[in-house]
Design a protein around this ligand. Structure first.
Ligand code: NAD
Length: 499
């Protein structure tokens, strides 16, 4: 069982990995048309893992043309849903069969602990593909309630060519949240992974062919946002653009769509989620366990990170003490050690960003309870201690801006109204937690929160059955659940007059 592998086992496996860095277009691996490449560097030790193709406009043109040709040929787009389902399930099986390799790629590439790369990222990616595949032959179209001499059919059709631009924090998982419903619906997809973590997406392309997805239906273009990402977003033959990443890039993509062909744009962006703990929380220890995980899991590089802890004054001291104790279990370690819970930050730029916010917290007068420093620098890895700031005001930089690192801002409040006002005082609206024993307070708070996901007496729950996405500048689309299929289908009304 791979869960029993030691660090040494994982390191031996890493030594034997053959890492593919080429783009995947029309069923083949190939260099970027320009021949350009970039070094894919591991944040664990600064090692160059692979030379990766640096795609640009020419590759985008090739990939979109390949996707369009495959779509028009119909071998996937017009395949019976039950057949597409079988292929999607085969792809999910292949992810599971290659889980060790995919998890290793994820860990080496972006620094997350191997235990989560395998149990969360790869397992979740396979689940997303399987769930979407299983759903596709159970979704019915509609007949309108017409007069007797008419029939109004409301049918869903695949949109055509989808460009999917994804981030580096859960590279394979975010890709598969898009690919599941996009492919199951019959679309062709051009996937652009982040330049900071391209390896698992490149490997996935080959598994898709092995599973039976026809050449051209899934193309993968590694490269930079400002080159190949922009080329896809401006492309006149991309029908729909789906995106997960920062709010800044999301806004730019809306501009690109307006400047080009008005392609549909669906955005899953950043967050600064409030985790609200009332004095009557049913179990303060459970709240502390969840709050620690909400800020330290994936090194805090999580869109739904519970980065603003809103705590009612009566339990503030006790809760902060409990969270500080819990965070001892989240001290950084080598990501290939199966015991490690908190790994390396993705790259030097992210390390500097996180350390910059820690300095800003100090400068603005928040009080540092714990952490606040880079550690294990002698290994060449990019590690930051899980950090708690108390005495934070909601207008401080560390409370307003998404840090995307393990830095918790503790804000004290009194009463439900104040909690709601502080929670909603954010440009973001992705997620929120509410801890209370009072069912009325729980529901009233949940209803008042301007957030796409609310967790009561836990944090970060959910599975493929429920939509994932946010309000306000956290985005507009929803991944997961049957709602995700809306992004990948057009609705057609066909009206028939009966003579
Ligand atoms: P990012 O916006 O920098 O990059 C995301 C992707 O966009 C990358 O592939 C990048 O190359 C590409 N890109 C960048 N500039 C571009 C441009 N001008 N044109 C086209 N493409 C461009 O985000 P990131 O740093 O990779 O990811 C972190 C962000 O993702 C955080 O804000 C996080 O909250 C967010 N995120 C959101 C969700 C969600 O579901 N809401 C999930 C995970 C991450």
């Amino acid at each position: 069982m791979s869960t029993q592998k030691s660090r040494r086992d994982w390191e031996s496996l890493a030594d034997t990995l053959s890492i593919q860095g080429q783009a995947f277009i029309d069923g083949h691996y190939q260099e970027a048309a320009s021949g350009a490449s970039f070094d894919c560097i591991s944040p664990i030790d600064g090692r160059v893992l692979a030379k990766v193709a640096s795609c640009d406009l020419e590759d985008a043109n090739l990939a979109v043309a390949s996707g369009r040709a495959a779509f028009d040929a119909g071998s996937w787009s017009r395949l019976a849903p039950v057949k597409r389902k079988q292929v999607m399930i085969r792809l999910a099986d292949l992810l599971e069969a290659n889980a060790d390799e995919l998890a290793l790629l994820e860990t080496l590439d972006m620094g997350k602990p191997i235990r989560y790369a395998r149990a969360v990222d790869v397992a979740g990616a396979a689940r997303a593909l399987r769930w979407s595949g299983e759903a596709i032959d159970k979704i019915y179209d509609e007949i309108a309630p017409t007069a007797h001499n008419e029939i109004g059919m409301i049918t869903r059709e695949p949109v055509g060519v989808v460009a999917a631009i994804v981030p580096w924090n859960f590279p394979l998982l975010m890709a598969c949240w898009k690919l599941g419903p996009a492919l199951a619906s019959g679309n062709s997809v051009v996937l652009k992974p982040s330049e900071k973590s391209p390896l698992s997406a490149i490997r996935l392309a080959q598994l898709a062919i092995e599973a039976g997805i026809p050449a051209g239906v899934l193309n993968v273009l590694p490269g930079f946002g400002h080159s190949v990402g922009k080329a896809l977003a401006l492309h006149m033959d991309v029908d729909t653009l789906v995106f997960t990443g920062s709010t800044r890039t999301a806004k730019q993509l809306m501009i690109y769509a307006g400047e080009s062909n008005m392609k549909r744009v669906w955005l899953e962006a950043g967050g600064k989620s409030p985790n609200i703990v009332f004095n009557d929380a049913p179990d303060l220890k459970a709240a502390a366990v969840a709050a620690a995980s909400a800020i330290a899991f994936n090194q805090g590089e999580v869109c739904t990170a519970g980065s603003r802890l809103l705590v009612e004054s009566g339990v503030k001291d006790e809760l902060v003490r409990l969270i500080a104790a819990e965070l001892q279990a989240w001290q950084p370690g080598h990501p290939l050690d199966p015991a490690t819970t908190c790994g390396a930050l993705v790259d030097k730029q992210q390390l500097e960003t996180v350390l910059g916010y820690i300095q800003a917290g100090r400068d603005e007068g928040a009080s540092l309870v714990q952490g606040g420093a880079r550690v294990l620098a002698e290994t060449g890895g990019l590690y930051v201690q899980p950090t708690i700031f108390a005495g934070v005001h909601n207008r401080m930089k560390i409370a307003c801006e998404e840090i995307f690192g393990p830095v918790l801002s503790v804000i004290t409040f009194d009463g439900m109204e104040q909690a709601i006002a502080i929670a909603n005082d954010s440009i973001y609206g992705l997620a929120a937690g509410v801890w209370t024993s009072d069912i009325n307070k729980a529901h009233k708070t949940a209803k008042a929160l301007r957030a796409g996901m609310v967790w009561i007496n836990h944090y970060d729950g959910g599975d493929m059955t429920a939509p994932f996405g946010g309000y306000k500048q956290s985005g507009n689309g929803r991944d997961k659940s049957l709602h995700a299929f809306d992004k990948y289908t057009e609705i057609k009304a066909t009206w028939i007059a009966l003579s």
